[in-house]
Design a protein around this ligand. Sequence first.
Ligand code: GLU
Length: 507
Amino acid sequence: RFAPSPTGYLHVGGARTALFNYLFAKSQGGTFIIRVEDTDIERNKAESEKMILESLQWLGMHADEGPAEGGSYGPYRQSERLDVYRKYVDRLLEKKLAYPCFCTSAELESKQEKSKKMGLPHVYDGKCRGLSDKEIADRKAAGDEFAIRFKVDPGEVSVDDIVQGRVKFDSRLIGDFIIVKSNGFPSYNFAVVCDDHEMEITHVIRGVGHLSNTPRQILIHQALDLPLPAYAHISEIVGADRKKMSKRRGATSILFFRDLGYLSDAFTNYMALLGWYPDDGVEYMSRAELEAKFELERCSKSPSMFDFFKPLKEGEDDFDPAALSRTELQKYINNKSKLNWLNNRYIREVDFETVWKLALPYIRQDRQLVNILKSDEEQLRRAFDSVRVYLDTLADAVPYLTELFKTDLKVDGDEATALLKEENTRTVARNFMQVLAAAKPGTPEQFSEAMKEAGKLSEAKGKHLFMPIRVASTGSMQGLELPMLFSILGHETVIQRIRAITGVEAE
Ligand code: GLU
């Protein structure tokens, strides 16, 4: 089961947990269940559940049972299961394995402060553990608020984890903990145990951050005489600087990646490799292959790196890249990430009709392209087919296609105008046109060669070669990688463009 709390959007950490649950269920012929853990009413956010479910939908993780699908173990929202928890609390109270606690939050906070000052972990001191039945009845009659605590006796609790191995915990560091809050809602650790049992969950697969909760859950299972599920705590995901995930390190909503033009299958393939590796070492895998090959035993304990963004710079504060425009965002994206490599491979290898359909919403964002779509869709389709090998994301299709269909070759800005007037620019332009006319290059590599050749003839190198060629052929100081652009335009169009922009003629 995947058990998200609706307290925010789904980011790559949560989505990867969902995916490992999903893949494990598929690989075993099992059932994939979504359970919404919404008992923390102060932290619940209204839109969150909808966004989480939409993200899972986009990623193709369709649940066999869940709040939208229903199923015979429902309801699938914890807030609708309060009677289930009541049944189990009553059992624990009856067996004297749990007790009402009347300590106020002010009292508990001050004790917590004291422990902190002494550098000790905070453990409940058991003040209400010894209250007599009469005392309890009196305080309840007086209307005092209370929570229910679970009794934890000193001892050792060990967790046998499929990924982490055997991990031991000292229960004295846990102490009696709350299982029902004073507002009547169950605590996370308690609700999870009741639901995992009632829903016949066989495997609990979740982030390693929950490992320290597991001894609490095991103690409750034991107190209620319930069999334990198998546990698998999967490795942490860190940013490119190997630090804890944050927004700038990629912990933004999954839908952000969808909107940038990553393919659901590529993103899924990428996430599967965050903490798991197939035994044949082949990283490019279809959904069906992932479902067949996934093994919990091959999950790694060490953190996996989400390298979509470049590492944070010294002194750079965390911020939300999702709030930036696409152009601003480019500065922070690592173009060489495995995600980009995979996405490019999907865009170039998926059958044309599928990828064309996925690209259309991006293409429709540009007015000029919409017009071409109306007047000559076939031409646009052919152009898209020829540029798709260069695209890291579907959104990248727009700058390529607009450059390709550019009819107005206006010079863009003062810098470009000034550069066009320089003698060196005119020499480079003339020589480049000559090389193009003679060599008739076709591939990006051949265009690179032609540029170098023009450099030799003009005795120009580096930016004194590339910038003149860029401005002479596009009218602009920045844009797509030139050899790629040229190979799409074809050498004759490049010559025509240079002639139109510079007014220079090849000799
Ligand atoms: N609701 C918990 C969370 O969102 C799930 C933990 C679990 O899978 O047991 O972190």
